[in-house]
Design a binder for this molecule. Sequence first.
Ligand SMILES: Cc1cc2nc3c(=O)[nH]c(=O)nc-3n(C[C@H](O)[C@H](O)[C@H](O)COP(=O)(O)O)c2cc1C
Length: 328
Amino acid sequence: MEKTVSVAPMMDCTDRHDRFLLRLISKNVMLYTEMIATKSAIHGDRKKILAYSSEEKPLALQVGGSDKKELAEVSKIAESMGYDEININLGCPSKKVQKNKFGACLMKEPDLVAECINEMTNSCKIPVTAKTRIGFDDTEDFDYLNKFILKMKEAGCKTFFLHARKAILKGLSPKQNLNIPKLNYEMVYKIKKVNTDLKIIINGGITKIEEIKNHLKKCDGVMIGRAIYQNPFFLVDIEREIFNNKNNPTRDYVVKELLKYLEKEIKVGTKVNHVMRHAVGLYHGQTGSKNWKRYLSDNMMARDSDFQKAKHIMTIVQNNEKVNQKIL
Ligand SMILES: Cc1cc2nc3c(=O)[nH]c(=O)nc-3n(C[C@H](O)[C@H](O)[C@H](O)COP(=O)(O)O)c2cc1C
């Protein structure tokens, strides 16, 4: 699949229920799982950790690890479970992740990363891709980044997601690390310019269609995280403006389909709030957003929320649709 637009992997956000919701809205974006540690993928309850609905595809598994044997095993598992790609996380700066030696701290160890990627590409036929930052701590240097990328290329990786800000490994929280280091899109553009044979996908701070269009002039794709999680209907603009798809769903349709999914999921033990929490932003920027959020929080966000309580949800949706159509 062309990765013109991808939804970024986000812990506690892009789980299977969120991905199902996003896929109801957009057929053309590429989806990523949250980061899964190699050890949990290998030893954990796979049904819980790695299972997904076929509707979510095309779908990539993002993995965190630096043990090449484990990474190779997870690559095999990903392929056998029908994932379309495996992506290694080389960008997460959290303390816990550093302690386990994966994520952004691996930017300091290009040889180790290359060995890992080599094992991964040798153990599966699906594409192995990497998501990294443009630097770390005091290192924000084009030559360093380019050499790192070339090493990974030699090991078999041809697609890179570059979060266009460095990671500060000591002193900033993961949240601060998503906002404080300055965005440097030029560095990403330059990487693409000198590596025409690689797919370079730019990430970080992208929130508008115009920005996507501009980045696509210089990179092979964009990856967007928060702007889509907080406002899933941004995907409709993306479908219309980037993929030229004029046949897009309404919120009414999306909620109806999500309820059907919820009903099925409840039968296998999923909690109402685990699905519905991802729908909070469905009316982002629209009239009725407050009512929608209040309805969800009053009826569907508690740990023991009862599905029966959802029966009035369509009244909220239909009222919101009416108000917003009038405004249009
Ligand atoms: C809540 C949250 C969780 C994240 N979890 C991951 C993750 O599991 N793996 C990863 O590579 N990046 C993770 N990220 C970083 C995003 O993938 C992305 O690189 C970052 O948010 C910048 O893109 P944006 O400005 O479009 O949100 C996370 C970001 C957020 C906000």
